[in-house]
Design a protein around this ligand. Structure first.
Ligand code: ATP
Ligand code: MG
Length: 203
């Protein structure tokens, strides 16, 4: 069943934070590749509550973003979705996400927080940046249009990895829907259908 080459050792959990407005194949490929490279037992997708860097009015409801994340990950036995950020009141800070993960999964699990190059570059501006590195190992992934560099994180706190390049962003997906352009194959089929059913991103 769910054995890995690290079976017997501490559980290795990936944490993929994001707004997922909507989730797209760039997110899924990055999570899948990091899971492979780091022999993760599971990747937990954590949709943000209210992202502190993005203004509230422009972000789709947490419930729609959560459901899209569930739909997109449902077929992968190693992917799951957590409600911890959308159920916590107030803006989402990654330090709180990681502390809650530790509370839920225990001190012995190994946490790998997965980010794209753009998010990694801004990490030192995140709240309690220094404490975050004591709670998780950070994995920065290549992303087309962004340079992947260690922004000066503590030694050993971050790994930089190359993942298959998909030049897809949620912003572009939303813009395309608004303009009546197709997003088939940029996002999973179920996400195209959910966006249509719920009339998301129309104006
Ligand atoms: P938006 O355009 O709304 O900011 P986004 O496409 O950047 O959306 P987010 O939800 O902001 O998606 O990103 C969540 C995480 O996934 C971030 O760490 C981001 O860097 C990473 N990511 C997003 N798209 C890609 C991609 N195409 N390749 C690699 N990493 C990605
Ligand atoms: Mg983004």
């Amino acid at each position: 069943p769910m054995t890995s080459s690290t079976a017997g050792g501490p559980r290795r959990l990936g944490v993929m934070g994001g707004t997922f407005d909507p989730i797209h194949h760039g997110h899924l490929v990055a999570a899948s590749e990091v899971a492979h490279l780091f022999e993760l037992d599971e990747v937990i997708f954590v949709p943000t509550g209210r992202p502190w860097q993005k203004s509230e009015s422009t972000v789709t409801s947490a419930e729609d973003r959560y459901l899209m994340t569930v739909i997109a990950t449902a077929s992968n036995p190693r992917f799951s979705v957590s409600r911890i950020d959308i159920d916590r009141p107030g803006p989402t800070y990654t330090i709180d996400t990681l502390r809650e993960m530790r509370k839920i999964y225990g001190p012995e699990v190994e946490l790998f927080f997965i980010t794209g190059a753009d998010a990694l570059a801004k990490m030192l501006t995140w709240r309690n940046a220094a404490d975050m590195f004591t709670l998780a190992h950070f994995v920065g992934c290549t992303r087309p249009g962004h340079r992947l560099t260690d922004p000066g994180l503590p030694k050993g706190g971050v790994s930089l990895v190359e993942v298959p390049a998909l030049a897809i962003s949620s912003t572009e997906c939303r813009d395309r829907v608004r303009a009546g352009e197709p997003i088939w194959y940029l996002v999973p089929d179920g996400i195209v259908q959910y966006i249509n059913k719920r009339h998301l991103y129309r104006q």
